[in-house]
Ligand binder design. Structure first.
Ligand code: PLP
Length: 395
C-alpha cells in the first residue's frame, strides 16, 4: 500500500505554494503588474556577476570528470577547505574542513542532520513562528515536532515556556536567526542563556542535546546589527547553511552542514551525518556548484536592494497604521492583523490584489508575512493597495 503520510504531504501543498499558484492565475487574468505577490521567498536580486564569471570559467577550463562527475559524498575537499578558511577568518571558530559536509541546500542540511541526531519517538523543539518545513523534516526522521512560542514582541526565546516543553525525550532544538518569517534575530544574551539552559539539561539527562542552527539568512542583516552566531555560544551546535538566499542561487541547490569543532564526539557525529546522507540517498551535492561556491566565499548578492525595500515597506505600513515587527535581517516583514486573524487579513488583502501569507502557516496566529525580496517597483506600486487595506480596517 502506498504511504498515506506521503500522500497527504503530496496532496496538501503549502499555503505559500497555493498563494503563489493563485497569483499566477490571477496575473494571467488581470495582468502581471496588477497583482502584488509577496508570497514566496525567491530572491529577486540576481546572483553577483562574479558567480556567472566563475561558472563560465569553470565550464570552459575544467575537465568533464571534475565538472560533472560524482564528488566524494562529503564534498569536494578544495571547496570544504575554502569554506573552513572563510568561516575561521570571519568568525574565528577554529573549524576544520573535515567538519563540513556539502549538501543540496539547507533543506537537505536539515533533513540529514535531523535524521542523524534523533531516534524515532524523540522530540525536536522549534520556536513559533517557524519555517513550516521543519515539521515535515522532523517527522521524516520519525521524531516529534514540539512547538514553543517565541517571546511576544521581540521574538527572543521564552525560557519559561522552553522549560515547560523540554523533556527527557528532547534530542535537539532548532534556531533560525535571522528568522523566517519575522526577520528577528537572536541576541548574544539570548544565545548565552540558551547555552546555559542546554548545558544544564545535558547534565540533568546525561546526554548530548544538539542545537541545529539553520542559517540561510546569515548574511542578510541590516543597519549594522551584529549577528550572534550560535556555534560561538554552544559547543554541540550543527550549522545548516545554504547559498540559496545569500547568493540568490535557490534553484542550484547548494549548501553545507558544519559540525562545531568543539562538539562532544564530533567525529562520530560527523560519521552519523555521512550515514544519514547516504541513507536518504543524497549521493553528493552538485559538482559544478560545489566548485563555484568554493571560489565565491565572502561574496553576496546586492543586499542593499533588500535594505531599501525593507525601509520603504516598513515605513509605509507603519504610517498607514499597521503594527509590524521591524526586521533586523532576512527579507520578510511580519505584520499584525488588525482583526487578530491572519487568515482573514490574507483573504481581505486579495481584494486589493495583495498576496500575503497568513501566519498560521508558521505555527502562530494573528499575523501575515510579507516577502519583500521583490522589485522596488512592485513595492512602490503596491502601496496604494496597502493603504486601501488599512482603510478597510478603519486604521
Ligand atoms: N530554512 C529556512 C528558514 C528557509 O526560509 C528556507 C527556504 O526558504 C530553507 C531553510 C530552505 O532553503 P534551501 O533553498 O537552501 O533548501
Amino acid at each position: 500500500m502506498i504511504n498515506q503520510q506521503m500522500t497527504q504531504l503530496g496532496e496538501n501543498s503549502s499555503v505559500i505554494r497555493e498563494l503563489f499558484e493563485y497569483g499566477k492565475k490571477r496575473k494571467a487574468e488581470i495582468g502581471e503588474d496588477k497583482v502584488y505577490d509577496f508570497s514566496i521567498g525567491n530572491p529577486n536580486v540576481p546572483c553577483p556577476q562574479e558567480i556567472t564569471d566563475i561558472m563560465l570559467r569553470l565550464i570552459s577550463e575544467t575537465e568533464a570528470a571534475a565538472l560533472h562527475g560524482y564528488t566524494s559524498a562529503v564534498g569536494d575537499n578544495g571547496t570544504r577547505q575554502a569554506i573552513a578558511a572563510y568561516m575561521n577568518e570571519k568568525y574565528d571558530i577554529g573549524v576544520d574542513f573535515t567538519d563540513i559536509y556539502m549538501t543540496v541546500g539547507a533543506a537537505a542540511s536539515l533533513t540529514i542532520s535531523l535524521r542523524a541526531i534523533t531516534n524515532p519517538g524523540e522530540e525536536v523543539i522549534v520556536f513559533t513562528p517557524y519555517f513550516p518545513e521543519y515539521k515535515v523534516f522532523i517527522e521524516n526522521a520519525g521524531a516529534v515536532c514540539v512547538e514553543v512560542p517565541a517571546r511576544a514582541g521581540d521574538f527572543q526565546i521564552d525560557f519559561e515556556k522552553l522549560e515547560n516543553a523540554f523533556s527527557e525525550k528532547t534530542a535537539a532544538i532548532i534556531v533560525n536567526s535571522p528568522n523566517n518569517p519575522t526577520g528577528a534575530m537572536l541576541t548574544a544574551e539570548t544565545l548565552d542563556e540558551l547555552a546555559a539552559f542546554l548545558k544544564a539539561k545535558e547534565v540533568q539527562y546525561g546526554k548530548e542535546i544538539y542545537l541545529i542552527s539553520d542559517e540561510p539568512y546569515r548574511e542578510l542583516v541590516y543597519d549594522g546589527v551584529q549577528l550572534a552566531l550560535p556555534v560561538k555560544h554552544y559547543d554541540n551546535t550543527i550549522i545548516c547553511y545554504s547559498y540559496s538566499k545569500s547568493l540568490s542561487l535557490p534553484g542550484e541547490r547548494i549548501g553545507y552542514i558544519m559540525v562545531s569543532p568543539k562538539m562532544a564526539g564530533r567525529k562520530k557525529v560527523f560519521a552519523t551525518i555521512c550515514g544519514a546522507g547516504r541513507s536518504l540517498g543524497f549521493v553528493c551535492a552538485p559538482a559544478l556548484m560545489q566548485l563555484v561556491v568554493g571560489q565565491a566565499q565572502g561574496l553576496t548578492s546586492d543586499i542593499s536592494a533588500y535594505a531599501e525595500n525593507r525601509a520603504i515597506i516598513y515605513n509605509a505600513l507603519t504610517e498607514y497604521g499597521f503594527e509590524a515587527v521591524k526586521p533586523d535581517g532576512a527579507f520578510y516583514l511580519f505584520v499584525k492583523s488588525p482583526s487578530g486573524d491572519g487568515g482573514e487579513m490574507s483573504e481581505r488583502a486579495k481584494q486589493q490584489e495583495l498576496l500575503l501569507v497568513p501566519s498560521d502557516s508558521f505555527g502562530m496566529e494573528g499575523y501575515v508575512r510579507i516577502s519583500y525580496c521583490v522589485s522596488k517597483k512592485q513595492i512602490e506600486d503596491s502601496l496604494p493597495a496597502f493603504r486601501a487595506l488599512a482603510e478597510s480596517y478603519g486604521l
